[in-house]
Design a protein around this ligand. Structure first.
Ligand code: RFL
Ligand code: PHB
Length: 389
């Protein structure tokens, strides 16, 4: 088989790139290790930056998102019972949109399938060959039969545990990593959200986040030690912990119910440099991870796709090489800023096991400064709604 761009990974990054390139007449094949249903069963991000929304529109897959998503003009932040609001639209002119990653991915799959896009599921042993030459190719097996795809370029959109990043030799690649000493226990419940905006809560009992998917589907998180197992967290224990971490006036209004999903995710900051090697480009979680505190995981994936999409269009349609040559440089400039914001939000809002009383006072002072200072709120808002591409 032959294609112009072979895309490894059928998560949101790979599907969005495939759909955008298709609209410009550039041929792709997507290789996905799992099935569509498996990918859609993952509960992940919920907050989309305007840049992501614009890419979905450009890809022609925004109809349901435009109808069913929720526009959020601000967010609530709290320290124990003290809470304040940050108004994104006032400070930046731009809101964010709440629409689950599951729905984004479903819309992209539907669009790819409706247009006859080539997605190959259940691929095993995907291997990238000759990425440093002008004739790269990818091999894989499905049900024990080996296949080969010759291509011009390879997009590594295969997430943190994929093969693409590991294809770049160790002596070329530098990994930067920080692992946090806690995780997030998240639940999904068919209950109305406690508030119409998100609540990011710093409390003496640990961090909590109140988020949502729709008017009757809530997503809540609490910070837990890395050693905790999800089985140790009954629904009752979860609701009690959540109520003890958000301001009393919200805790009183919280409607609880059975969880329909419950999982623990570790928190990590990670970046690999460079994000390209010959004709292989890394996108999304394959190249970088943020702790979810800034809601940047999916959004940083989208900015990579923006840079790579424009680079490939400039190459194929206008014969320009600059975008391709400078992909890694451009993508990383924005990635590191999102890494910084996510790290800062994580440090601001969580309880750290080795925190001293002095450290706690610094955290409280920083939150008080944020509460009382318009410029500090503007800086947070600018980062939260997404820096320009
Ligand atoms: P994905 O979504 O991981 O998709 C990669 C796809 O590649 C496939 N794959 C392979 N296919 C072929 N061959 C191989 N060798 C392959 N290896 C892997 C996988 O099956 C998968 O389908 O990466 P992508 O597309 O870059 O998208 C990134 C986002 O998914 C990610 O940044 C966010 O979901 C991160 N994230 C969150 N971000 C937020 O902004 N808010 C959240 O609440 C949030 N929660 C989360 C998260 C990530 C999590 N992970 C990765 C453990 C919760 C979790 C649990
Ligand atoms: C979510 O809704 O899952 C969510 C929202 C905001 C975050 C992280 C996760 O910062």
């Amino acid at each position: 088989m032959r294609t112009q761009v072979c895309i490894i990974g059928g998560g949101p990054s790979g599907l969005l790139l495939s759909q955008l390139l298709h609209k410009r007449g550039i041929d792709t094949i997507v290789l996905e290790r799992k099935t569509r249903d498996y990918v859609l069963a993952r509960i992940r991000a919920g907050v989309l930056e305007q840049g992501f929304v614009n890419l979905m529109r450009e890809a022609g897959v925004s109809d349901r998102m435009d109808r069913e998503s929720y526009v959020h003009d601000g967010t609530v932040m709290s320290r124990n019972d003290d809470h304040f609001r940050i108004d994104f639209t006032h400070h930046t002119g731009t809101p964010v949109v709440v629409y689950g990653q599951t729905e984004v991915t479903r819309d992209l799959y539907d669009a790819r399938e409706a247009m006859g896009g080539k997605i190959i599921y259940n691929t095993d042993g995907v291997t990238i060959h000759d990425a440093k030459t002008d004739a790269p190719y990818v091999t894989y097996t499905v049900d024990g039969t080996e296949f080969r795809i010759d291509c011009d370029y390879i997009a590594g959109c295969d997430g943190f545990h994929g093969v693409s990043r590991k294809t770049i030799p160790d002596n070329v690649r530098t990994d930067y990593e920080k692992v946090y000493p806690f995780g997030w226990l998240g639940i999904l419940s068919e209950t109305p959200p406690v508030h119409h905006e998100l609540i990011y809560a710093n409390s003496d009992n640990g961090f909590a986040l109140c988020s949502m998917r729709n008017a009757n589907l809530s997503r809540y998180y609490v910070q837990v030690p890395l050693t905790d197992q999800v089985e140790a967290w009954s629904d009752d224990r979860f609701w009690t912990a959540l109520k003890s971490r958000i301001p009393g006036e919200f805790a009183e209004q919280l409607i609880t119910g059975p969880s329909i999903e419950k999982s623990i995710a570790p928190l990590r900051s990670f970046v690999t440099e460079p994000m390209q090697w010959g004709r292989l480009f890394l996108c999304g979680d394959a190249a970088h991870i943020v702790p979810p505190t800034g809601a940047k995981g999916l959004n940083t994936a989208a900015s990579d796709i923006h840079y790579l999409y424009h680079a490939l269009v400039a190459h194929y349609l206008d014969g320009e090489a600059e975008g391709i040559d400078r992909y890694s440089e451009k993508a990383l400039l924005r990635i590191w800023k999102a890494e910084r914001f996510s790290w800062w939000m994580t440090n601001l809002l969580h309880q750290f096991p080795d925190q001293t009383d002095f450290d706690r006072k610094m955290q409280s002072a920083e939150l008080a400064f944020l509460r009382d200072n318009d410029s500090a709120q503007a800086v947070l808002a600018e980062n939260y709604v997404g820096l320009p591409y």
